[in-house]
Design a protein around this ligand. Structure first.
Ligand code: F0G
Length: 406
């Protein structure tokens, strides 16, 4: 196990406390030798246990397992969605519902590993910038571990559910003037100066080691098969890479065969990676003022952009952008056809898939998994805004009359 820079290939010891490459500033990734992974892997246990993040502990670089901080993350449902499949026009469609995690988003998969690493490193305080889900998750896991937690949020731009969680879990919450990208730049500066604070944004390579488990679980729940495509919303662009890495490592040790095409979706008002992928570019141009109803992915300068581009290219996937209108329509379809309540960023996957099928980029006979990253209750204000008002009835007769029109 070692840390490796994805840009210059520099190799570093696994327990070094770097966030980026000390040589060139590139993004770091945890790399295993396939032979080491094969040795660590208990194939019998892999077949017997139900899915959860720690089921796949052989792929997670934690040195001291007695320190694991868990709230029971992972093991989320993979719903087969036949009614939605008919609307989207693909043969086999699944939704991996990450809203079923302890704090209602996929972030918990990364935080169980990130916070455990923080304990291994002897940190007392952890920090992040967030559009809301990372802060809710970090605050919960820090509380469980007895660590202090500091979060920087864009003032007035965080969905209510996420803000409420962050506050009630007891994080020191600082609302900054500016957007997520500016909050992240600030917290990075703070953690450079205050070495006692451990940064747990998705720059931190250890968090992504937990998020790989979305890929592991999809293969596990499909009976050790790999779908043709996996569709993922992209914000700061870590998750698409982590899921790709999960499939890559399963393939490397022979648990499954092949890697699905990774399909990244962004909102039209915040689509730097879509532009880079479509333009055939290796570098992306940040968007100065990102805008979308999907506040989770309202990000103009995704720090993990280079990883996302790599995951998409290597897996022969693609990227697409969707409008807020398309997102809202998909959110309602997921809820009304399948009973899956998601926040707007998650609905972007179904909106994107629909578009890709229409364009012929996804064939109708394919097997596709969409990753629904967060629960509808995260953003109740958006949900109320796009749904119908309740009808008021002041008597039995009135109630009956209103029901009759259903
Ligand atoms: N979906 C949801 C619900 C999210 O909260 C996020 C990111 C993403 C998708 C995108 O994932 O950044 O790995 O590409 N939310 C971060 C946060 C930025 O602060 O909660 P990504």
């Amino acid at each position: 196990m070692r840390l490796e820079c994805i840009e210059c290939g520099g190799k570093f010891k696994i327990h070094e406390r770097f966030y980026t490459c000390p040589k060139c500033g590139g993004l770091l990734e945890v790399e295993f030798e396939p032979s080491e992974l094969k040795r660590r892997l208990d194939r019998k246990r892999l077949r017997a246990e139900p899915p959860s993040v720690w089921k796949y502990h052989a792929f997670i670089p934690i040195l001291d397992e007695s320190k694991i901080v868990s709230l029971g993350e992972g093991g989320t449902p993979l719903y087969r969605c036949d009614r939605l499949a008919r609307e989207v026009r693909v043969r086999e469609l699944y939704v991996k519902f990450e809203g079923a995690n302890p704090t209602g988003s996929f972030k918990d998969r990364g935080m169980t590993v990130g916070i455990t690493k923080a304990l291994e490193l002897g940190a007392r305080t952890v920090a992040c910038a967030s559009t809301g889900n990372t802060s809710a998750s970090l605050a919960a896991y820090a509380a469980k571990a007895g660590l202090r937690c500091v979060v920087l949020l864009p003032k007035g731009k965080v969905a209510r559910g996420k803000l409420a969680q962050t506050l009630v879990y007891g994080a020191r919450t600082i609302a900054i003037k500016g957007n997520f990208d500016q909050a992240l730049a600030l917290v990075r500066r703070i953690c450079e100066e205050r070495k006692d604070i451990y940064l747990l944004n998705s720059l931190n390579p250890f968090r992504l080691q937990g998020q790989k488990s979305i890929g592991f679980e999809i293969a596990d729940q499909l009976g050790w098969k790999v779908p043709d495509r996996v569709v993922v919303p992209m914000g700061n662009c870590a998750n698409i890479w982590a899921i790709y890495k999960g499939f890559f490592e399963f393939d490397a040790v022979g648990v499954t065969k092949g890697i699905p095409a990774m399909m990244g979706i962004q909102a039209e008002g915040a689509k730097p990676i879509v532009d880079a992928v479509k333009g055939g570019l290796d570098k992306f141009k940040p968007v100065k003022k990102p805008e979308t109803i999907a506040t989770a992915i309202r990000i103009g300068n995704p720090v993990n952009g280079p990883k996302a581009i790599r995951a998409i290219r290597t897996s022969r996937g693609t990227a697409e952008a969707v409008s807020d209108k398309e997102i809202i329509k998909a959110q309602k379809s997921m809820a009304r056809l399948e009973g899956i309540g998601v926040e707007p960023a998650s609905a972007s996957t179904i909106a994107g898939l629909k578009k890709l099928v229409r364009q012929g980029a996804v064939k109708r006979d394919e097997c596709v998994v969409c990753v629904a990253t967060g629960c509808v209750l995260k953003d109740p204000e958006e949900a109320m805004k796009v749904a119908e008002r309740p009808r008021v009835a002041l008597s039995y007769e009135e109630a009956l009359k209103k029901i009759e029109r259903v």
